[in-house]
Design a protein around this ligand. Structure first.
Ligand code: SF4
Length: 320
């Protein structure tokens, strides 16, 4: 099989911008993109820089953007990665500083974020007197999260990171979940308060892209939702410097309780307050131009709103 690879080449020390360099290769029918990169480096251009290790989809080292999508090069067949033009484009993952060609600086974009969630077990102050035996069922979610090999594909697909690269991101939050789900850990409240600060778990917009991208089936978005549920269950409404989160879901619930559906105008006002709402005027203006902000703004009750309100009251009565 003949294949044309267009590979991103970039050397920050030499200056300039990344360019896509074409290479035409003869490859076996079942060749992977990583096979193609090795062939380029061994036979055509020894200066090409990329990372790879196990070549079996176990290590997550060869995460790249292949034909415009985040994938592992060792698990992607050339035959399935070709674009309509019959080419395979190979680029580094996005939003990460490129060190050379396809090699990225993962320190700030991944490892520092993982370090920030304190990725070590913090046992309860009073250690158990005997060996701490955990039931298999209790450890199952922990084991699932432990399958993460930090490939960064979930961060690559994340919808928030392009706008705010300081967001912890699904990979680091999955690591946080691994310890929060562990019954031996004694720092749950401390961890959840930390994750509740700005750029933590509440910044996820649950687009589910991370779940689509994870090659290990960990479903990082669901793990972030689990973290939020744990926090709400423990009465930790938001981080110390993030009070708008608590206001957001209290307003959300109050508007559904009252009218049977979400009052978006009230939600924005009660979440951000009058002063900060002025900062959202450009967004409101764009929404108005696209016909998404009805003027005059009205929020009538839905039919059956009283019944919805009674459901809320029932749940509230059950609260401890
Ligand atoms: S959660 Fe999945 S996609 Fe994200 S870093 Fe871990 S293995 Fe990769």
């Amino acid at each position: 099989m003949q294949a044309t690879f267009k590979v991103s080449r970039y050397d920050p020390e030499a200056g300039g911008k990344p360019t896509l360099q074409p290479y035409t290769l003869e490859l076996p029918e079942d060749a992977t993109v990583l096979d193609g990169l090795f062939k380029i480096r061994e036979e055509l251009d020894g200066s090409l820089a990329f990372r790879a290790s196990c070549n079996r989809g176990f290590c997550g080292e060869c995460t790249l953007r292949i034909s415009r999508g985040g994938r592992l090069a060792c698990m992607t067949r050339v035959a399935t990665a070709r674009t309509k033009d019959g080419e395979v484009t190979v680029e580094p993952i996005r939003y990460v500083r490129v060190l050379k060609d396809l090699v990225c600086d993962m320190d700030r974009s991944l490892w520092q974020k993982i370090k920030a969630v304190e990725p070590w077990l913090q046992p309860a102050a009073r250690p158990p007197e005997r060996e701490y035996i955990v039931a298999d069922a209790q450890l199952r979610p922990v084991r699932n999260a432990m399958k993460c090999y930090h490939c960064g594909l979930c961060d690559e697909g994340c919808s928030v990171i392009p706008f705010d690269n300081t967001f912890l991101g699904p990979a680091a939050l999955t690591k946080a979940y691994r310890f929060l789900a562990d019954p031996r850990d004694g720092a749950r409240a401390h961890r959840l308060r930390g994750l509740g600060e700005p750029r933590g778990m509440w910044d996820c917009v649950h687009c589910y892209e991370a779940d689509e991208h994870c090659p290990r089936g960990i479903d990082p978005t669901h793990r972030i939702l689990d973290l939020r549920e744990m926090a709400i269950g423990m009465g930790i409404k938001s981080g110390a410097t993030n009070p708008q989160v608590a206001r957001h879901y209290e307003s959300f619930a109050a508007s559904v309780k009252k009218s049977g559906w979400l009052d978006e105008g009230r939600l924005a006002l009660e979440t951000w307050g009058v002063r900060r709402i002025f900062g959202l005027l450009p967004v409101a203006w764009r929404a108005l131009q696209r016909g998404k902000l009805p003027i005059p703004y009205r929020h009538p009750k839905r039919a059956g709103a009283e019944r919805i309100g009674r459901i809320f009251e029932k749940v509230e009565r059950r609260k401890p």
